[in-house]
Design a protein around this ligand. Sequence first.
Ligand code: ADP
Ligand code: FDM
Ligand code: MG
Length: 217
Amino acid sequence: MAAMASKRGALIVLEGVDRAGKTTQCKKLVQALLQSGLPAEMMRFPDRSTTIGQLISAYLEKKSELEDHTVHLLFSANRWELVPVMKKKLEQGITLVVDRYAFSGVAFTSAKPGFSLDWCMKPDTGLPQPDLVMFLQLNPDEAALRGQFGAERYETSAFQKAVQEKFEQLMKDQTVNWKIINASQNIEGVHDDIRTHSLNVINKAQTMPLGELWKRA
Ligand code: ADP
Ligand code: FDM
Ligand code: MG
C-alpha cells in the first residue's frame, strides 16, 4: 500500500512586549488545537534547558556577564541547535506554537547602542520560516497593570520602549506573515483571534513547503 501523503505541521510564533500574554496564549492555543484533534506542541526561545540555554539564562538572571555580540550569537545558536527537532516535528504533522523567535532576537539586540537591524538579522537568516507571526500589541500603561517588571535583564520600561520600536520596524518586512493581535482584550478574546488565524495557516501550510527566514519564497 502506498504511503499516505504526509501533511506538515505549521510553524506559528507569538511575539510581543513583556506581559502582553505570549506564554498564556501559547499554552491556550496548544490546548485548543489538541482538543480539535490537531497535533501541536509548544516551544519557547530561549530554550533554557540546553547547555547554550543555561549560558543565556545565567546572563538574563544577571548571574553572569556576556559581551553583547556574543550573547546575540548565543540566542541565535540556541535556535539553530533546535532546528533538527523542529523540522522533524513539522514533518510528522505536528504544529509548533513558539513563544518568541528570531524577531525577539533582533528587536532586543538592536535596541542596544551600536547594533544595526541588518547585522542582528544575519545569524538567524535561513532558520525555518514561520507560517504566521502574531504580534501581541499592548501599550505600556496596560502592561504595567499586569504586574511589576521582574528582576531579569532587559526588564525596564526604557529598554522595553526601545524594543517595541524595533519590533515596529521589523513588522514592515513583507517576507514575514505578520498579524497584529489586540492584546488588551480579555484572555478569551485574544485567544479567539489567535485560534482563528492559526487554523487558517494550519490548513494552508499543509500544501506549502517550509520557507527560510528572511528570504523570499
Ligand atoms: P508574556 O509571556 O507575554 O510576558 P504572560 O502570558 O506571562 O505574558 O502574562 C503576563 C501576566 O498578565 C500574567 O499574570 C497573566 O496572567 C496576565 N495576562 C495575560 N493575558 C492577559 C489578558 N488578556 N488580560 C489581563 N491579564 C492577562
Ligand atoms: N530575548 C529573547 C533576547 O534578548 N534574544 C532572543 O533571541 C530571545 C528569544 O530574553 F527579555 C530576551 C527577551 C526576554 C528574555 O524572556 C526572555 P522570557 O520571559 O523567557 O520570554
Ligand atoms: Mg512569557
